[in-house]
Design a protein. Sequence first.
Length: 366
Amino acid sequence: MKVAVGSDHAGFALKEEMKGFVQSLGHEITDFGAFSGEQSTDYPDWCKKVTDSIISGKSDRGLLACGTGIGMSIAANKVPGIYAALCASEYAARMSRLHNDANVLVLGGRTTGTDLAKAIAAVWFATETEGGRHLVRRQKVMDYETETKNIERGLRGSGRVVVMSHPLIQHKISIVRDKDTTVKDFRDLVQEIAGLMAYEIFRNLPLEEVEVQTPICTTKGLSIAGKKLAVVPVLRAGLGMVEGILRLVPNAKVGHIGLYRDPDSLRPIDYYCKLPNDIGERDIFILDPMLATGGSASAAIAHVKRAGGRRVSLVSLIAAPEGVSRVSADHPEVDIFTAALDSNLNDHGYIVPGLGDAGDRLFGTK
């Protein structure tokens, strides 16, 4: 496991003690500072470095320390997708993982002795998270986080369902639903919606400072910090979403998964799979416009996992509750992004109200 650690001056001594201990548990450490306990520093600065590393996917979990741990825990929990637990006992450490799926452990450098801190960390890193009623409660926390902060972003590996309410997305979804929309307009709109969704999905891409020479002078700018992305359309309808996303991230690699749904059993039948060789190093976005029964999407995710993919999200234009439930049950860590969550499936497995067969409407084969 990759662990990001950080502290201010008051937590520096404990952080230094904990680094070697966490490494002895078999984890890889990245120290984001502070690098001295002598000079007074501001805990939010170091907290941000650690939480950015987790949100970007570079680190799996974090460990923070300040004088009491209170400041660090408050600052960390301001970041969507960060669930920081200030622990002063082994029991609290265990419960923070078992029930709350905390991804950051916070310790008090001036309130927690080194031996106790190590015992807390040992329990915290060893405890797996429970599902069941606790999964339901954690989802409510994530829903509340989205509502109160008015964000429409998903965070890698949190298993959330994000319905994008941007007015342009909702406007264009209404047009693609219309049975009288032409094939050309339908195709163009699917690309546009996919691009608008990608704009929101990629909101958390990490940035780095670069030097830019303008016609006037040299200045500093920001550039995406080497994020590796892959888009994987489910053939054939997923092809309609690819171009809209590649216009924003042209360097993303593209894989393909061929699946079709048996008209009688409604079960997915696979016939093709070609993925980038370095799929395990990339953030992967599977494109499937209609999340109906969820069988095809779940099978596509399983294909990617078998090939070594670890960071997988699903992007759909329209989803049914049945499909969301299926994917969440089969792949609870996968984020689902959709522009609309519809009512239900009919007896033929079509989403209601939906938009019909996306593949037929994209390629004029209805």
